[in-house]
Ligand binder design. Structure first.
Ligand SMILES: [Ca+2]
Ligand SMILES: [Ca+2]
Ligand SMILES: [Ca+2]
Length: 206
């Protein structure tokens, strides 16, 4: 509990109230995983496993309820990022992981499917492209389902996962050599409620 005073940092440390003894790991993402209107926290541990701390009304207010173990992901996979989202459009939140296999410099992407407030440990999709850099998650085709955009070799690719059917294709009409790390952006420039993609290192947009 916080109290008024000069030493606000120490007086207001609520870490124990929130996580109890589970207060370690890297906070990677936020999202309402179990659709209870309370934001949950996605935490990476040892760069190899993911825990989802679900919000609760009783202390500790975040409890590790979903665990993707190193074995479920891949024993030689080093996680670099987590992006929650509904990638197949079934209204259940899924989890996208990016990372590196063994000593590869290329980025591999896995998606684990949300299933009744947990993650299906046995069924996952590995995107059949590796990317030169972190991919950008955005709704590329405007169907309200997030897609995966990234640079693969010399060309830019977009991958769709609607109804769990993986479909990757060339994203832009022209080859764009994107800078690494990328600083791509998306914004609705012509007010048609569909984002235009602006790759950096190029003057073209789609
Ligand atoms: Ca929640
Ligand atoms: Ca889903
Ligand atoms: Ca889409």
């Amino acid at each position: 509990m916080c109290s008024a005073g000069l030493d606000l940092m120490s007086e207001c440390d609520v870490t124990r109230d929130l996580f109890a003894l589970e207060n370690y790991g890297t906070v990677a993402a936020f999202g309402d995983f179990n659709s209870d209107k309370q934001t949950d926290i996605f935490i990476i541990r040892k760069r190899s496993e993911l825990l989802i701390f679900l919000a609760d009304l009783k202390p500790p207010y975040y409890k590790p309820k979903v665990n993707l173990t190193k074995e479920a992901i891949s024993s030689d996979f080093s996680i670099t990022s987590v992006v929650p989202g509904d990638y197949d459009g079934d209204s259940q939140m899924d989890v996208l992981l990016t990372g590196h296999l063994k000593d590869s410099l290329l980025t591999t992407v896995f998606i684990f499917w949300g299933n009744n407030q947990t993650l299906d440990q046995n069924e996952r999709v590995e995107i059949n492209r590796t990317f030169n850099d972190q991919p950008l998650v955005m709704d590329f085709n405007g169907d309200m389902i997030p897609d995966i955009f990234g640079s693969n070799g010399g060309s830019s690719e977009v991958c769709y996962l609607k109804t769990r059917k993986q479909n990757c294709e060339k994203a832009l009409r022209y080859d764009v050599k994107m800078r690494i790390p990328h600083s791509n952006a998306f914004i609705d420039l012509n007010k048609d409620f569909t984002a235009e993609k602006t790759p950096v290192d190029s003057v073209s947009t789609v």
